[in-house]
Design a protein around this ligand. Sequence first.
Ligand code: 1CP
Length: 354
Amino acid sequence: MRVSAIDKPENPAVAESAFLKACRREPVPHTPVWFMRQAGRSLPEYLKVREGIPMLESCMRPELVTEITLQPVRRHGVDAAIYFSDIVVPLKAIGVDLDIKPGVGPVVEQPIRSRADLERLRDLTPEDVSYVTEAIRMLTAELGPTPLIGFAGAPFTLASYLVEGGPSKNHEHTKALMYGDPELWADLLDRLAGITAAFLKVQIEAGASAVQLFDSWVGALAPADYRRSVMPASKKVFEAVAPYDVPRIHFGVGTGELLGLMGEAGADVVGVDWRVPLDEAVRRVGPGKALQGNLDPAVLFSSREAVETKTREVLDAAAGLEGHIFNLGHGVLPTTDPGALTRLTEYVHEQTAR
Ligand code: 1CP
């Protein structure tokens, strides 16, 4: 059994799972599979249990969170569960006036654009999210040998929602703040890094075996701006959870030019979207890190043969890697046929059985 610097509850079988072995770049019995946004979205059993319950409220009900997190594990036989929540949950927990609007996403009542606005972001304590601790304890008991991935939004992506006031295509207010008031920007990201780190620690201490930092929208930045204006905050998050010795996954969309820097920020596993083949991604990331990815989620709308051909391409590009976790290049699209995800999981397991 592995011993980590800080004690955390863990079933010994979890440490030996294919998912955690791949994260540690150890030999695996088969390539592990999980899907970003596997919980919720396309599953009829999810839509049924969520009926009439607003998204943020459902994140605060431990029994419901446990059920929704388990659904894709039961149905698809994936190698890891991802905790059902949302990246804005810790912001809601510290009193930011926001809601998740169906069909839109997170909407912030009063965007954060000034020094006075920043003062509204206080630190997160474990008591603010006691329902997360409760849900993760229930979940890990139910999951048995299947590892649970905790997650949080990275400082840049959270800042984008806070500064824009909602989802944004061009991130213009965010960039205006980043370029126009670098000091306020740095303070905002630093504060978000503290909140994010605290939220990840709660999840790890309750029993999460790995964590993923979603910097979904950071691909909007050029490498020099990423290095100067974002990397210090993301680094702070990764450093804060390093003593727990759980794998740290770092993912963003459209980040082909940033893959090396995202690894350098402190990830053990770099998530890759579908635009960069994994054999090229490994050159950009460099040695010593596992890769996660990267089938285009839209491929799942094509024929079974086409899905298998495109999956084979991903597996062939990953053949020389030390440590590959199969995933989509971004989240499961909402109208995806759940059967296609089950077949894909089986196909990857079959093709990579050693
Ligand atoms: O992976 C899982 O299945 C767990 C659940 C999960 C995760 C990991 C949800 C539930 N949200 C997230 C992360 C998340 N949320 C990200 C990072 C991952 C990604 O890039 O897809 C982002 C950017 C968000 C923000 C968000 N929340 C959006 C995107 C809006 C935009 O900017 O385009 C949306 C639509 C939500 C709402 C949401 N989150 C989760 C669900 C099931 C829903 C839909 C809620 C509803 O309307 O009922």
